[in-house]
Design a protein around this ligand. Structure first.
Ligand SMILES: [Zn+2]
Length: 330
């Protein structure tokens, strides 16, 4: 198979701490023999498990990049056994543009797997993770939040999998991450996801949704930092005691958890994040934007649970996700 064109500027398997880049050649108008330089830190101390830590899989989600930047300056080789590979901005062109997808090829990293070595920049990055970085890893943490268009209660997530041994390992890692909410979910359309690539290799994955709206808060970043530390201890890489606080366990078993708008208009949330919702409750209303004296369209919950996600901008379009409800477990 065609080799991947990305080359790391630092060793991936030497003891110590190395800061550098994944260099992806990208010839373009403003740089004839130019490259995309994706920041990378590798910290290694002897033999042991490898954790692969990624932020900005979507470029407008910020808790991961902040927490991972801090890890690159705080974590010392002598603190660990094994290896930590840190890529704070997985889809680096999207991250630099402040966009969900890459401005170069419109590539959505979480729909680009397994990627292509001869494809677009997003596909080349995906292929490098698929064939080079993921095979080195035992556990992966991939940070998400809502980006510019959604907001979430802070949760760690693990998927319901056919491989029950791997599912149990992923659930244990989610519990170690110990976000205020922990969500088990069945992915209905998992084709092309990084999550699926990790799980299909039999590796442990924790993903998150920690906030949204195209920024981050002190609280949501603190959830990311604590979760990272806990997962590294859980994986046997970092020494120390995990900090475990109460978590609300939720289930997203099917598409009934989602409420989609069928209208363009002015979005009125009727419930705030984390609040209890009963089946049939109005969770959002959509008002006309172009005239007065017309009643709003009401959108109702199909299930009973907690509001875990909502549309973020003040205006909404037909097809947008208006709200997501998680079912309480136990
Ligand atoms: Zn995301």
């Amino acid at each position: 198979m065609t080799p991947n064109p990305i080359s790391p500027t630092i060793p991936l398997d030497s003891d110590g701490i190395h800061h550098g880049f994944l260099r992806l050649p990208y010839s373009r108008d403003d740089s004839a023999w130019g490259s995309i330089m994706i920041p990378l830190t590798v910290i290694k101390n002897g033999d042991g498990p490898t954790a692969l830590l990624t932020g900005a899989n979507h470029g407008d989600e910020y808790e991961g990049p902040v927490a991972l930047q801090e890890l690159t300056v705080k974590l010392k080789p002598e603190d660990i056994t094994g290896r930590v590979i840190i890529v704070p901005a997985f889809n680096y062109p999207a991250f630099r543009a402040g966009l969900r997808t890459s401005p170069i090829d419109k590539g959505n990293m979480n729909r680009a797997f397994p990627g292509r070595p001869d494809g677009t920049p997003t596909e080349k990055i995906a292929d490098y993770f698929q064939r080079v970085l993921l095979p080195m890893a035992d556990i992966a943490v991939d940070f998400h939040s809502g980006g510019k268009t959604l907001d979430f209660v802070p949760f760690a997530a693990a998927h319901i999998l056919e491989n029950k041994a791997n599912e149990a390992a992923c659930f244990a890692a989610m519990a170690a991450f110990n976000a205020p909410y922990s969500v088990q979910l069945l992915e209905i359309d998992n084709v092309g996801m990084y999550d699926t690539a990790v799980e299909d290799m039999g590796k442990v994955l924790v993903s998150t949704e920690l906030g949204g709206g195209g920024s981050a808060t002190a609280k949501s970043i603190a959830v990311a930092k604590k979760g990272l530390r806990n997962v590294l201890i859980h994986a046997g890489i970092l020494k120390g005691e995990m900090q475990i606080d109460p978590t609300v366990r939720l289930d997203m078993p099917d598409g009934n958890c989602f409420v989609f708008s069928e209208n363009d208009g002015l979005y009125e949330p009727m419930v705030d994040l984390g609040e209890q919702v009963s089946q049939g409750d109005v969770v959002a209303r959509v008002w006309p934007v172009d005239r007065t004296g017309i009643a709003p369209i009401e959108y109702r919950a199909k299930v009973t649970g907690l509001l875990i996600s909502r549309h973020f901008p003040g205006l909404i379009k037909a097809g947008d996700c208006a709200a997501v409800i998680g079912l309480k477990v136990g």
